[in-house]
Design a protein around this ligand. Structure first.
Ligand code: HXC
Length: 258
């Protein structure tokens, strides 16, 4: 499929998806979201892809949902069409790890897209925010829910009520992002993390992603039980034998996803 609003490059078993609407700071219009979810589904089903990176431009990861497109819509239309429900659900169905590599603005739906990924690496110039309040609405795909789990109630309230932006340093301190790097190192750093993941057993990688995500959905005891059962189940894989044998034989493991 030829895309107009994103670019996709596959190298070293990593799909690098770049949002590409520079004139609108990568605002998420319906066409871009359609292309992004198609590219993600494609990457998830492609055996050559073992990890996914989503990024934007130096100036903007994404400045939010497309305000021009939304401005003409009414309640009946957005409720009937369940605006943004489908892309949000489709992104959360992707089983391969997704890293958000954020430079510049990640606002509104852009911040929510980054948070829907498995973790966020950002550049020193990154700015995160949920400024929907300035438009007379609120966040619609996780800005009040995921952000609160990442940074706690006080900062999430502050950002959702005042619309203020959080810089990279505060984002790292608050647990929103996993790493901050100089802008020029953003893609190399994200690609290097993705390549590391791509070299691991994809069975264990999927289990790790599922287990961490489960912690948001259940009690501690249920989560620990879920983790332990997945841990036990991995002893049925050839990759567990290979990983442990390689350690003992002081060599690199050759995982076969079996
Ligand atoms: C449509 C947008 C846009 C957006 C920027 N542009 N953000 N178009 N939707 N979300 C367009 C501008 O209209 C402008 O187009 C061009 O991109 C460059 O933007 P400027 O404002 O000129 O750039 P700058 O002065 O550098 O300011 C950058 C900015 C500002 C601070 C990021 O653009 C901004 O505040 N954008 C809106 C951020 C926002 O409110 N996001 C939340 C959206 S609501 P022209 O044609 O004039 O050059 C949302 C709801 C989520 O996300 C619900 C679930 C998805």
């Amino acid at each position: 499929m030829a895309y107009q609003n994103i670019n996709v490059e596959i190298s070293d078993n990593v799909a690098l998806i770049r949002l590409n609407r520079p004139d609108a700071l990568n605002a998420l219009n319906s066409k871009l979201l359609e292309e992004l979810t198609a590219a993600l589904a494609d990457a998830d089903g492609n055996d050559k892809v073992r990890c996914i990176v989503i990024t934007g431009s130096d100036k903007a990861f994404a400045a939010g949902a497309d305000i021009k497109e939304m401005s003409q819509k009414g309640f009946v239309e957005v409720y009937h069409d369940n605006l943004f429900a489908a892309p949000a659900a489709e992104i959360s169905e992707i089983r391969k790890p997704i890293i958000a590599a954020v430079s510049g603005y990640a606002l509104g739906g852009g911040c929510e897209l980054a948070m829907a990924c498995d973790f966020i690496i950002c550049a020193e110039n990154a700015k995160f925010g949920q400024p929907e309040i300035n438009l007379g609405v609120i966040a619609g795909i996780g800005g009040t829910q995921r952000l609160t789990r990442f940074v706690g109630k006080s900062k999430a309230m502050d950002m959702n009520l005042t619309g203020r932006f959080m810089d990279a340093e505060e984002a790292e301190r608050s647990g929103l992002v996993s790493r901050v790097v100089p802008a020029a190192k953003l893609i190399p750093e994200a690609m290097s993390a993705a390549k590391k993941i791509a070299e691991r057993s994809q069975i264990a990688v999927k289990a790790a992603k599922e287990a961490v995500n489960r912690s948001y959905e259940t009690t501690l005891q249920e989560g620990l039980q879920y983790e332990r059962r997945l841990f036990h189940a991995l002893f049925a894989t050839e990759d567990q034998k290979e990983g442990m044998a390689a350690f003992l034989e002081k060599r690199e493991p050759q995982f076969r996803d079996k």
